[in-house]
Write a protein that binds this ligand. Structure first.
Ligand code: PSU
Ligand code: MN
Length: 296
């Protein structure tokens, strides 16, 4: 089984690309013989692990603002209030782990936002905005396949936080941590695996230790759709400055930045984002296949 999240459907990408990528990710998992996808969401008080096509469509086409974003701290509210909620990495990990799933795929994880730890250039105080995705990785023992922390973040601080919380970060096929929409973040990866087989050895060893934490497996965006490093960096710098000027904070910040980057790159970020998500689902399925029968 490979779990998939739903916030990227409802909050991360525009329609119809969000529905296309949700469908393509499920299909990408099924390319591996025996692998089964399970997209996670909340509906009318129930935590769903596995959505049918009608549910994916409901999430993808819901009017803006009508679907909650459920993370570890907001999951109870989402369950109690009814209706649809999309689950972030943290809430999806909770649900998937409870269902016995040990491999999960997303686009880019949340992390330490820029300006979380120190005052910004414009004088705004430190926001302390650190995604609950990071603590979830520190406490839920499963493999999370992504294309690195989202480039909108303070990637170096995010990696330090993961180290503190005991989360191995393994980049596949390159010495640098992937840069989400770009191939490289420019930061050396704490650990490197030559291929998925080598990554699965590390995942099996880590989960076998019973330390309680998860492991982050980072796969770069496919080269044919990757944004050039400088284009990605420029768009991120501008988007972060614009968010600060617009006063966007809290759970709204990540969706706002992703939408702003799409505008600033004249839509070029969207094919990169959708391709990396489906590719990560494909990689997660082959990781799950090589782990099958090896985890307790
Ligand atoms: N990856 C993407 N697009 C997204 C997200 C991840 O390619 O929209 C979502 C994930 O659900 C992640 C969330 O858990 O953004 C992080 O939000 P926050 O920074 O508010 O914790
Ligand atoms: Mn946050």
């Amino acid at each position: 089984m490979v779990a998939l999240e739903s916030t990227l459907i409802s909050h991360g990408l525009p329609y119809p690309q969000n529905l296309e990528v949700a469908t393509a990710s499920e299909a990408a998992v099924r390319e591996t013989t025996g692998a089964v996808p399970a997209t996670v969401a909340v509906h009318d008080g129930r935590l769903l692990v596995g959505l049918d096509q009608a549910a994916l469509e409901a999430l993808a086409t819901a009017p803006a603002g009508s679907v909650r974003k459920a993370a570890r701290p907001s999951l109870a509210v989402a369950l109690a209030e009814g209706g649809w909620a999309a689950t972030t990495v943290s809430a999806s990990m909770i649900a998937a782990f409870a269902a016995g799933i040990r491999v999960f795929a997303t686009g880019g994880i949340g992390g330490v936002h820029r300006g979380a730890l120190d005052a910004s250039r414009s004088g705004a105080p430190a926001s302390f905005d650190i995604s609950s995705d990071l603590d979830e990785l520190g406490r839920t023992p499963m493999a999370v396949v992504c294309s690195g922390p989202k480039a909108i973040l303070d990637v170096a601080a995010t990696l330090e936080y993961l180290e503190t919380r005991g989360v191995p970060v393994v980049s596949v096929g390159q010495p640098e941590v992937p840069g989400f929409l770009a191939r490289s973040s420019g930061i050396a990866s704490p650990a490197v695996a030559g291929d998925i087989g080598a990554a699965s050895e590390i995942v099996a060893a880590h989960l076998g230790l019973g330390l309680g934490s998860g492991v982050l497996v980072c796969v770069p965006v496919p080269a044919d759709v990757a944004l050039p490093d400088d284009v990605a960096r420029d768009a991120v710098e501008h988007a972060v400055a614009d968010a600060e000027a617009a006063g966007v904070v809290g759970p709204a910040l990540t969706p706002w930045l992703l939408a702003r980057i799409a505008t600033l790159t004249e839509g070029r970020s969207v094919p990169a984002n959708t391709a990396l998500i489906a590719n990560n689902a494909r990689v997660a399925a082959s990781l799950a296949a090589s782990l099958a029968g090896r985890l307790g």
